[in-house]
Design a protein around this ligand. Sequence first.
Ligand SMILES: Cc1cc2nc3c(=O)[nH]c(=O)nc-3n(C[C@H](O)[C@H](O)[C@H](O)COP(=O)(O)OP(=O)(O)OC[C@H]3O[C@@H](n4cnc5c(N)ncnc54)[C@H](O)[C@@H]3O)c2cc1C
Length: 371
Amino acid sequence: MYDIITVGAGPAGSYFSGLASKNGFKVLQLDFKSEIGIPNHCSGLVNERIIKYSGDDLVLEKPEGATIFTPQGSIELKNRNMVVIDRIGLDKKLSNEAIESGTILSLNSRFIEFKRENNAIAVYYQRKGKIEKASTKILVGADGPASNVKRNLGISGPLLLPSIQFDIKKRDSNVKIWLNRKKIKDFFAWEVPQGQSSEIGISGRYSLDFPYDLLSNYPKIEIFRKRGGLIPIGKSTLGVPGIYLIGDAAVANKATTGGGLLGAFKSAEYLMSSLNKTDTLTSYRKLWESGFGRDIRNAYFLRKIIDKTEILYNLWYNTFKFSNKVINKVGDVDYPEIAAMAILDISIIYAPILLKYFISDLVQIHNYSKR
Ligand SMILES: Cc1cc2nc3c(=O)[nH]c(=O)nc-3n(C[C@H](O)[C@H](O)[C@H](O)COP(=O)(O)OP(=O)(O)OC[C@H]3O[C@@H](n4cnc5c(N)ncnc54)[C@H](O)[C@@H]3O)c2cc1C
């Protein structure tokens, strides 16, 4: 009988398993992959606070800055604290640390289902074509955006936005973001420099062909790999007594940017601190709701507004033209809501000038609704 079975050996699962093993829990970790970290779907763009988890040696790039393209024009941002980390390296490093701390890792092991049996949880998984069974006191779903542990709990959602990414020969050291609700209705496109190469990507339900348009404008660009992933958008769900969710499985990522590494680490830390409490779930919920969960909630709220109208993009763009100091002071890739709200605050100062942009937006929306 294990104390904990963790499903998933991404950053959330491996970091959590390592912490739990260090704290004396007997941990079995399952992942269907045959090699940790591969395939990778993540751009690795984070605030440098993630170096605490990755170490300096996994930093691939410190981008010079970021250019945000909107239908109205582009905005140049300075880089305060953005770095790009080697995501495959991060997964491998965290997994090695977990194993060194005592976690038993079983690769090629696909979680199928769990069943409650007396005082234990029976976990069924497929390995080399055979169904195997292991028993545990606690089950942790760290199995990513399309979590089967979560589905097995009967919890539906979240919305999963598909993404497509192209690895290309590096063009420059600037991050580029395209915000355009006509072409990319419900998310955005990006280009992220990653050391020797750059990644062009997009996520959204409707417009995955945008990078093809973009790339056709640069016929000399050499594409050497295509990949894809899923970004969960929705409210966080932390599980039920005895069965807990962390990382993307818990929707611990930002609905504004899709960024989920910090949420993966925070949720793992909160769950770890709650394991020895009499009511683990209540403690985990409290830590989440009063900590990083609040930022995740705000990001989801902001996403719902952004998805409805172009107004916020327009307001941000136009406000930024009047004062670019604020966003350069508070810009943080892990907490984009802070910059978004700061711009909204200063937009009040410029309200009389900005009003004309708002009025033209409202006229556009009015005309559109009458079509
Ligand atoms: C296109 C894209 C770009 C991104 N860019 C960034 C970025 O720049 N910065 C950032 O902070 N975040 C980014 N993210 C988000 C980030 O990748 C995720 O938040 C992060 O990977 C979450 O870690 P996790 O451990 O919860 O899940 P995952 O990394 O998805 O790991 C889940 C693991 O569970 C395993 N698994 C799944 N199902 C089963 C099963 N049934 N049985 C056994 N094992 C299973 C998988 O093989 C996987 O190893 C991006 C995401 C996407 C899709």
